[in-house]
Design a protein around this ligand. Structure first.
Ligand code: TXA
Ligand code: MG
Length: 333
């Protein structure tokens, strides 16, 4: 880490699939040290990792994803001690960290010093930080011994990956390797929280619910509800997490020619192609969302249309509805 070696991986070489064990982790660490990019599972979605202190490695992430250079990355660390090298850690942030780390929560902290490659924060004076809970992500971070920058491992604007196969669908030949750790437990990205003017602000709803944050902080978090035109977080661009098909939301009765993604109990006589959770369980629905969108996109074919049943707007439902709104938003960037 911290070197400026050029990556060992040449573009267009097939992406290596690494095993979910100590050997796979050791190979991934070697690649990261050489400046190459390695996708790895977290409990939320697969991340596309690079040495957060190596500018070549970070440039490789932006290029593999086709990500706009003004869209900063999340820095993953093994523990709080690793944060001291590059960010401040205010008390209000520590309160949330104590409650939810390791886990699907990302905190925007004031950047400090010059240890990180500048492109990681893309000109922002804050840095997004997370301690992931997935044992393979933890193992990788510990063996590597330094911060790993990792956006979701998908081409920019596309649906996030919740399996190694999803990663390869989008990025085969564009990254050195992927550690195959099976399906992601949470299935939706982390909740992103900032601390502006003493106020806990949720920039992206995710795996940690507003209710849980409110319980911990005794403050109702402020939620940035509508995507700004000039986004604070480019995850807030209107169209994002988008399949190829057109997506229509809150559909109880699909039109002819639509494939239908159900949720919960279905009116008799109707049958959705897939049901996010027949029992109406939001956690199960979160785990299935991205995989089912990909499957229905395939099933819908060219100029396909996907209709989605209504999903309750509580708990994880906020994050589910957020991703679905972005999947349904008019394209055009
Ligand atoms: O669960 C997750 O968060 C996954 C896993 C891999 O950790 N990562 C992820 O990264 O979803 P990504 O890059 O797909 O989404 C991160 C979002 C982006 O919308 C980015 O704009 C925003 O976080 N972000 C990163 N740093 C920021 C900063 N300093 N200020 C504002 N937004 C920031
Ligand atoms: Mg993403």
């Amino acid at each position: 880490m911290g070197t400026s070696k050029t990556p060992r991986h040449a573009n267009n070489m097939p992406t290596q699939r690494l095993s979910a064990d100590a050997l796979g982790i050791a190979e991934a660490v070697d690649l990261l040290r050489s400046g190459a990019n390695v996708a790895f599972p977290t409990e939320t979605v697969y991340g596309l990792g690079g040495d957060a202190c190596n500018p070549h490695s970070i440039a490789g992430i932006y290029s593999a994803k086709g990500r706009p250079s003004n869209n900063p990355l999340i820095v993953h660390v093994a523990d709080e001690a690793m944060i001291a090298g590059f960010a401040e850690f205010p008390e209000v942030a520590r309160t949330l960290a104590r409650a939810f780390w390791p886990g699907p929560l990302t905190l925007l902290l004031p950047r400090q010093g010059h240890a990180l490659a500048a492109a990681v924060t893309a000109g922002h004076d804050t840095v997004a930080v997370r301690i992931p809970a997935h044992p393979l992500a933890q193992g990788l971070l510990r063996q590597f011994g330094g911060p790993i920058a990792a956006p979701s491992a998908n081409p920019s604007g596309a649906v996030s990956p919740t399996s190694a196969d999803h990663v390869l669908d989008g990025l085969d030949g564009r990254v050195a390797a992927v550690i195959d750790g099976g399906s992601c437990e949470v299935g939706l990205e982390s909740t992103i929280v900032s601390f502006q003017h003493g106020q806990v602000t949720v920039l992206r709803p995710g795996g940690i619910t507003l209710e849980a944050i409110e319980d911990e902080t005794r403050m109702a978090p402020h939620v940035i509800a509508t995507p700004a035109l000039e986004p604070v977080a480019p995850g807030q661009f209107a169209s994002h997490y988008a399949p190829r098909s057109a997506v229509r939301l809150n559909v109880d009765f699909p039109d002819e020619g639509e494939v239908w993604l159900g949720f919960g109990a279905i009116a008799s006589g109707l049958k959705p192609q897939l049901n996010l959770s027949p029992d109406g369980d939001l956690e199960e629905a979160a785990r299935n969302l991205f995989d089912y969108l990909r499957r229905l996109d395939f099933e819908a074919g060219e100029v396909g249309r996907i209709a989605v049943a209504p999903i309750p707007h509580t708990g994880l439902g906020l994050a589910l509805n957020d991703r679905l709104r972005r999947a349904a938003a008019p394209r055009g960037r």
